[in-house]
Design a protein around this ligand. Structure first.
Ligand code: ZN
Length: 532
C-alpha cells in the first residue's frame, strides 16, 4: 500500500524537481517585477511537473505492464529521464529568479510557492549529475534484484544492493548538508520538516498504549471468532469484485474521467490532477483485502484529484508529504469504510453480487470479519490495529542502521527479534521478514514512518470532522459521502504544500499531532467487539 513506487525515475523529489531546458541563457533583468518573476518561475515549475509525471508513468507501467525482459531497458529509460530532469532543475535561471523574488513582501501563497521552489532547486544543485544517474540505475536494478531475492528467500543476494543503497543515502544526505543526520534527511524527503527524534517520541507514546491493547484484543475469544468468520469468505468471483469496488470508489468520490484502476502485485497510486493511476490486486478467497486495498488507494487518489489543478506542480498544487497522503488513504479505508454506517449502505448490494457466498453470513458476522484483528508477519496483510506495530519495527531498524548501531549482516536477526517482541510472531523465512517490503530496494528509507503518522492524523482529523458533523455515519448509511469529501478538500487537499504535516494537523484540529486520538478511535471501534 504505497503511494508511489517503482524505479528511480519515480522518486518523489526527482518528480517534483524544477525543470526548464532552455531558459538558462536568458539574461538577468534588474527591472523585472516580482509578479513577472513568479510567473516565469511558475512556468518552469509546471514544465518540471509535466516531465515528472512522465517519470511516474514509466514507474506505473513498470509495475503494471512491463515484461520481465524489459527491466534493464526500463532502468536506462529512468536514468535518461532523471538526467534530463536533473540538468534542467539545476538551471541557473531558476536560481536567478529565486534571488530576484527574495523572501520579503510575499503573501502567504507566494511564500509557500517560493519555499517549495527553493527547496527543490537546492536539492537539484547540490546533487552532482553523476550521483543522480548512479542512484537512478541502482534504484531500478535494486527493485528487480529484490523481487528475485524475495522469491528465492535469499537475503544474502540482496544484502550488497541494500548496502549500496545505504551508502547512496548517506552520500545524498551529505551532499544536501545533512551529513550528521542522514536519517533525518531521508525523513525530510518524504515529510518536509519532520525528524526522527519527533517521530520516535510519538511512536514511543503510541507503543505504550497500543501493545497492551493489541494483547487484550488478540487474547479475547471474539478474536478467534472474527478470524474464523473472515476465513469463511471464499470463492468470490473476481469479475463481481471488480464491479463492486468500482461502484464503491466512484460513490465515495473518485472521478473515473480523471483516473483509472488496474492490477499490480502491490497496490499503489501514482499520478496527479487529471491522470491518477490506482492499482489493486484480486484474491477470490480474500475479497475484503481487495476491497479495502482499493478504498485505501482511492483515498490517495481523491487527494491528488483534489489538489488545485491550476497550480499543479507548484508549492500550491503538490501534496503536503507522505504522512498527509497516508492520512487521506487511511481515513477512507478505516474510519469510513469499516464503519457500520458505510456497510448499512453497501451491504445489500454486496450480498446481491455474491448471493451464494454470503447466504450463511449474518450482518453482525460480516461486521466482525471487516474488523477482524489477527497478528500477521506481513505488513500489507495486517489489520489496522496491529499495522502500526509493523511500522514501529521498521522505523526502529532504519534508525539503528543509519546510526551505525546495526550491521547489515545482523538485520534479518534483528527483524526476527523485534517482530517477536512487538507482534508476537517470528518469521521462519526472510521472505516473510526482512525481504517482504519493496521500499528498501530502491533506497526509499524514511518512508515507513509516514504510514503510522498518517494513521494518527486520520484519527485526529476524523474526530474533528465528527465534532463538526455528528451525523456523518447516518449520512454514510444513506450513501452520502459529499460532506466529508468537501471538508477534506477544503481543509487538506486545496492547501497543497502550504503547511507540513504537523502544521496542517494543528491548523485543522486546533492541537498538535498526538497518538491519543488513534488509541481512542481503536478503543471505540474494537472495544465493543472484543473487550465486551
Ligand atoms: Zn498508502
Amino acid at each position: 500500500m504505497t503511494r508511489t513506487i517503482g524505479g528511480p525515475g519515480a522518486s518523489y523529489a526527482c518528480l517534483r524537481a524544477l525543470r526548464d531546458g532552455h531558459a538558462g541563457s536568458k539574461r538577468f533583468n534588474p527591472w523585472m517585477s516580482i509578479d513577472s518573476a513568479l510567473e516565469e518561475l511558475t512556468t518552469l515549475e509546471k514544465h518540471a511537473h509535466l516531465l515528472g509525471t512522465v517519470g511516474e508513468l514509466l514507474g506505473w507501467d513498470e509495475q503494471v505492464n512491463l515484461a520481465a525482459g524489459g527491466a534493464e531497458q526500463r532502468a536506462s529509460q529512468h536514468a535518461a529521464l532523471a538526467a534530463v530532469i536533473q540538468a534542467a532543475a539545476s538551471n541557473p535561471r531558476i536560481g536567478a529568479l529565486l534571488e530576484e523574488i527574495g523572501t520579503s513582501g510575499l503573501d502567504a501563497d507566494q511564500e509557500a510557492q517560493v519555499r517549495h521552489a527553493r527547496r527543490e532547486f537546492e536539492r537539484a544543485t547540490k546533487l552532482p549529475a553523476e550521483f543522480v544517474r548512479e542512484k537512478a540505475i541502482q534504484g531500478s536494478r535494486g527493485y528487480h534484484a529484490w523481487a528475485r531475492a524475495k522469491s528465492a528467500d535469499d537475503f544474502a543476494s540482496f544484502a550488497p544492493i541494500l548496502e549500496k543503497n545505504l551508502e547512496l543515502a548517506r552520500a545524498e544526505a551529505a551532499y544536501l548538508g545533512w551529513g550528521n543526520s542522514p536519517y533525518d534527511a531521508m525523513i525530510d524527503k518524504h515529510d518536509p520538516g519532520l525528524t526522527a527524534a519527533e517521530i520516535e517520541r510519538l511512536f514511543t507514546e503510541l507503543k505504550r498504549d497500543l501493545v497492551p491493547l493489541v494483547r487484550a484484543i488478540t487474547g479475547s475469544p471474539a478474536a478467534r471468532r472474527a478470524q474464523a468468520v473472515a476465513a469463511r469468505l471464499k470463492g468470490f468471483p473476481i469479475r463481481a469484485q471488480q464491479v463492486f469496488l468500482r461502484e464503491v470508489t466512484a460513490k465515495i468520490g473518485f472521478d473515473y474521467t480523471r483516473g483509472r484502476i488496474d492490477v499490480s502485485l502491490h497496490p499503489f497510486c501514482s499520478g496527479t490532477g487529471s491522470d491518477v493511476r490506482m492499482t489493486t490486486r484480486y484474491r477470490e478467497d480474500q475479497p475484503l483485502d481487495s476491497l479495502f486495498s482499493s478504498i485505501h488507494e482511492t483515498g490517495h487518489g481523491l487527494y491528488e484529484q483534489g489538489l488545485p489543478i491550476a497550480q499543479l506542480g507548484t508549492g500550491l498544487g503538490v501534496n503536503a508529504g507522505m504522512a498527509v497522503h497516508e492520512s487521506q488513504s487511511r481515513l477512507w479505508e478505516n474510519q469510513v469504510a469499516r464503519s457500520r454506517g458505510f456497510w448499512r449502505h453497501f451491504e445489500p448490494r454486496w450480498r446481491k453480487l455474491f448471493p451464494a457466498q454470503t447466504e450463511n453470513l449474518s450482518p453482525e458476522e460480516l461486521y466482525l470479519a471487516i474488523n477482524a484483528v489477527e497478528p500477521t508477519l506481513i505488513r500489507v496483510d495486517a489489520d489496522e490495529v496491529t499495522y502500526n506495530l509493523h511500522i514501529i519495527l521498521r522505523f526502529e531498524l532504519e534508525r539503528r542502521l543509519f546510526a551505525g548501531e546495526l550491521a547489515l549482516k545482523d538485520l534479518p536477526g534483528a527483524w526476527r527479534a523485534l517482530s517477536r517482541e512487538l507482534i508476537g510472531l517470528e518469521p521462519a523465512t526472510d521472505r516473510e521478514g526482512v525481504l517482504q517490503d519493496i521500499h528498501w530496494s530502491d533506497g526509499s528509507f524514511g518512508y515507513f514512518p509516514s504510514y503510522c503518522l498518517g494513521n494518527m492524523m486520520a484519527a485526529q482529523l476524523w474526530f474533528k470532522a465528527l465534532a463538526l458533523r455528528p451525523q456523518l455515519e447516518e449520512e454514510f448509511a444513506r450513501g452520502e459521502f459529499g460532506w466529508l469529501l468537501g471538508w477534506l478538500r477544503e481543509q487538506v487537499h486545496t492547501q497543497g504544500r502550504k503547511f507540513n504535516a504537523f502544521e496542517l494537523v494543528r491548523r485543522v484540529t486546533g492541537e498538535a499531532l498526538s497518538p491519543r486520538h488513534l488509541i481512542r478511535y481503536l478503543k471505540e471501534r474494537y472495544g465493543p467487539l472484543y473487550l465486551g
